[in-house]
Ligand binder design. Sequence first.
Ligand code: NAD
Length: 492
Amino acid sequence: MINPATGEPVGSVPVDSAGDVAAAVARIRANQPAWEALGFKGRRRWLNELRDWLLDNSDRVADTLKAETGKVRAESTIETPYLADQINFYGAKAEKFLGERRVRANSLLDASRKLRLQYRPYPVVGLISPWNFPLVLSLGDAIPALMAGAAVVMKPSEITPLGLNEIVDAWRDEIGGPDVITVVNGGAETATALIDHSDFVGFTGSDVTGKKVMARAAETLTPVSLELGGKDPMVVLDGANLERAANAAAWGGMLNSGQMCISVERIYVEDGAYDEFVERLTSKVEELRQGADAESVACDVGAMTMLSQLEKVEKQVDDAIAGGARALTGGKRGEGPGQWFEPTVLVDVTQEMSVVEDETFGPVVTVTRVADQEEAIRLANDSRYGLSASVFGPRGRAEKVARRIEAGAVNVNDMIFNMLAPGLPMGGWKESGIGYRNGEYGIRKYCRSEAIVSARTLLGSEPLWYPYTPERHKVVQRMTRFIGGRGLRRFR
Ligand code: NAD
């Protein structure tokens, strides 16, 4: 691994072959029943140990993340508190979301049985993750799976595996946790083997790879959840607090160097607010300090973690400028050593340009003037993605606009906050994904439901349906008519 901010080597991990993956899955599969048998309280106790370790070692973990991703210091420290929050949330809620429950009868027919529902985990959950938040998008998704009683194998991005490996080593060697969490390292081949051997696959990454994951999982009918790319729109209405909106656009667009699935990429501004908004946004982006801060918090925008991503961003911006767009600030690569792209504000773009149509995943925002809210909504929804969005404006009108945006989450006069509310589902519409993380669904997806139907004891000695006789047939017909009619309405 190379530090993208300095170009210096920072560590290495061995690549796991398909055979290594099969062995890792078999090992933790054997340990999973004992983990499930611990129950919610027992599993929570172990995860609380992990939470305490993460909080005690957050500086050490942040150093590793900073070195392998090229993030600025402030942004290297936000992953461990997120993980602690997930453990607290699912530790408190897992039993409520997954505990056995009785189901009300629909009619006299099923009222004669006791109806119950239980959730049982997929024994082995395989998680495949990207490089932009190496812990949130691997261990963060492992937490609900572990609370559900599954064992978890994680495959981090081959670009950023160090932080996750460090934590899983600590789980084994320092915390002494059960062998139900493990890591396999490598690229596509390792990931493919993990899909083949897992009972459920949770994938976070690009839509292009997501389609490959779904196709591969289809061969074994393995269920998947897919958290994919985005092209998040921000709508700024007349009457918005433009200082707040410009701050939100600068932060939401440049956070993590724009390498965030829910970062702001396209901004649509109503005519009356456009000039002032663009002026404020440009001056805020111009002031951002880009660089590799060492010990103290001294920079705002870090490096581009992956060289091929930097090249993609550069091409989109170059093509847009060649097509008539203007960079009000930024617009090109920064000086090395390290991989940099200047924080960029583009105007005079068209909807057909790649920088507006395709995910950029870099420190670039485009700003487009629109005549009114209808045009803003139409252009915001004119995308194959639908991950999240934001609307700034007078609250009543902004909320009405928010409800018409086609996305898994919309923040009103706010930015990215939905990710920090674990009770709410987070997932993409359209080609941004299938399924959700967080909330009730974020743990249920790791489980199979099992309906338990018990005959009540008074029915114990009754015959079932055989032998068919004309008399019985008449009774059944009468019963069917009665059930289909009004007689049993109170059950419904
Ligand atoms: P990527 O799709 O290139 O890689 C993601 C993971 O898939 C990596 O671990 C990689 O090794 C693995 N992989 C590669 N080829 C594979 C194959 N054929 N089969 C199975 N796995 C394979 O994505 P990336 O460049 O690491 O991450 C950036 C993307 O992730 C962006 O599109 C971003 O929007 C998306 N993302 C989405 C979310 C979300 O929650 N929706 C969050 C973060 C990032």
